[in-house]
Design a protein around this ligand. Structure first.
Ligand SMILES: [Zn+2]
Length: 232
């Protein structure tokens, strides 16, 4: 068990030392599913060791209950998929049986409850002092922090900015700023290339010849399209 002093922030008492950008943490957590470049999905939390490395890199702690972490991510993605509606969900969440949103909410709520603070009062020389602490397993703290980040994002106005990137192959969620359409520049570039290819395919289809010789794809598209946008 660890005991931690709490900080009061925006009227909420957080039991954990949270990153300044907790909505960023929430999105990053959901985005531990990424495309593998071949039309499939790669899991950045594919093993307990990978999960430990992921939470450690974010300063969340050295260890984490792997099954709880995966369940929390499924819950986060189920709620993200619902939050982006009527915009489409991530491809990784489309067409598969995700966690029901009521189950997802209950699961994340439980994780947050597990890090709920306790207030301890002490009496000393006529004065009562109050200390808010959490007494919990480090494992629970990590999943609870991530659950808190997800729920705080979804409960905030920033939830309206949440989108699933629809660039070819991409399965990421992101927070849309202004006219931003894709999660990152490399996705914007890939989407432009795909649109270019689609337009030329349509033009080819319009001709009497079905245009079998011309099969545009990302690799054969002109380099000026590719170089028109920065790629990460
Ligand atoms: Zn993307």
């Amino acid at each position: 068990m660890v005991s931690q002093n709490l900080s009061v922030k925006d009227g909420n008492i957080f039991g954990m030392e949270l990153p300044a950008d907790i909505s960023g943490l929430a999105v990053e957590f959901a985005n531990t599913l990424v495309h593998d470049g071949r039309g499939g999905v790669e899991d950045l939390l594919s093993s307990a060791a990978a999960a430990r490395a992921w939470v450690a890199r974010r300063g969340l702690g050295p260890d984490v209950d792997y099954e709880s972490l995966l369940a929390a991510r499924s819950a986060a993605r189920a709620l993200f998929a619902g939050a982006v509606a009527p915009h489409p969900a991530s491809r990784a969440d489309n067409g598969r049986t995700g966690m029901p949103t009521a189950t997802a909410l209950r699961l994340l709520q439980g994780a947050v409850d597990a890090i709920a603070p306790a207030t301890r009062y002490a009496y000393e020389a006529g004065r009562v002092t109050a200390t808010r602490t959490t007494e919990l397993e480090p494992n629970a703290a990590i999943v609870g922090t991530l659950a808190l980040a997800v729920l705080e994002l979804l409960a905030s106005p920033a939830a309206d900015e949440l989108r699933a990137c629809q660039a070819p192959r991409c399965v990421r969620y992101f927070r849309k700023h202004r006219r931003q359409e894709w999660c990152k520049p490399s996705c914007a570039n890939r989407a432009r290339v795909a649109r270019f290819a689609e337009r030329h395919q349509a033009a080819a289809d319009d001709q009497a010849d079905p245009g079998r010789d011309y099969a545009p794809d990302a690799r054969t598209s002109p380099s000026r399209i590719r170089s028109s946008s920065r790629s990460k």
